[in-house]
Ligand binder design. Structure first.
Ligand code: 5GP
Ligand code: ZN
Length: 113
């Protein structure tokens, strides 16, 4: 199985890393959709949010903490930002390795497209 985000997590594919920990990596999106657009991923391959199981709960919690830390580090905490997880085709998921989008630096709209 070849997964681009597993490659990034392993340091085999270059990325603009913003933060990393024992079980996650945060790096800038190649095609940013906002002034700040960072992806937070688990190092372990999980295809998407639909594939998590109860014992992944702590990991998912740490990914959310990492996402909030990234937002704080990018200066977004006061003004606000958006976290997004796309799941499956109708959800707009294009990379099948779980990732949280951290988007900020512009006004977000609702409903999303
Ligand atoms: P999705 O559409 O699956 O929710 O988000 C995948 C995101 O990964 C997209 O925003 C896309 O721009 C980004 N992306 C795809 N390939 C790469 C890559 O090789 N490096 C980086 N940094 N981002 C990527
Ligand atoms: Zn992967």
């Amino acid at each position: 199985m070849s997964c681009i985000f597993c490659g990034i997590a392993a340091g085999e594919v270059p990325s603009d890393t913003v933060a990393e920990g024992e079980d996650f990596v945060a790096f800038r999106d190649l095609q940013p959709q906002a002034a700040t657009h960072v992806l937070v991923i688990p190092r372990r391959h999980i295809s998407g949010i639909a594939d998590i199981i109860p014992k992944d709960g702590d990991l998912i919690g740490r990914l959310m903490v990492a996402a909030a830390d990234v937002a704080r580090g990018e200066g977004l905490a006061e003004g606000g930002y958006r976290l997004v997880v796309n799941q499956g085709e109708a959800g707009g998921q294009t990379v099948e390795h779980l990732h949280i989008h951290v988007l900020g630096g512009r006004q977000m709209r609702w409903p999303p497209g």
